[in-house]
Ligand binder design. Structure first.
Ligand code: DHA
Length: 128
């Protein structure tokens, strides 16, 4: 099965040696998104909740470019520099996802690119 590289200007450009997403058949692997504003490539101004929304908006834009949406997410990985943010992430995630929710991991990490507090990557299964 061939690989399709997904790119959209509606999400931040890659800041390293990766693609925004890679699609193989009905499965799409979304790279980690941090709270960068696509137009400026700077970290969104605002509180942690604003940053989480920016990450979901970025993932959503890449999912759309791949022919899907956040509703096609079957696995979400969330990386947090402080697990005290766990409750806020759950609240905001509920704005973007309806039940049944995807499988998920929430992982505390020491640091993330650009010194942001949150990064997420995802796997989509289109049409599942
Ligand atoms: C932000 C990323 N996804 C990266 O550096 O891999």
């Amino acid at each position: 099965m061939s690989r399709e590289i997904i790119h959209t200007s509606n999400a931040p450009a890659a800041i390293g040696t990766y693609s925004q997403a890679v699609k193989v058949g009905d499965v799409v692997y979304l790279s980690g998104q941090i709270p960068l504003v696509p137009e400026t490539m700077t970290v969104v101004e605002g509180d942690f909740a604003t940053q989480v929304r920016q990450v979901f908006d970025n993932l959503s834009a890449v999912a759309k470019a791949a022919g899907g949406s956040l509703q096609d997410v079957v696995k979400l990985n969330i990386y947090l520099t402080d697990l005290a943010y766990f409750g806020t992430v759950n609240e905001i995630m509920a704005e973007y996802f309806q039940q049944p929710y995807p499988a998920r991991a929430a992982i505390g990490v020491a640091s993330l690119p650009k010194d942001v507090p949150v990064e997420m990557d995802a796997i989509l299964h289109l049409g599942a």
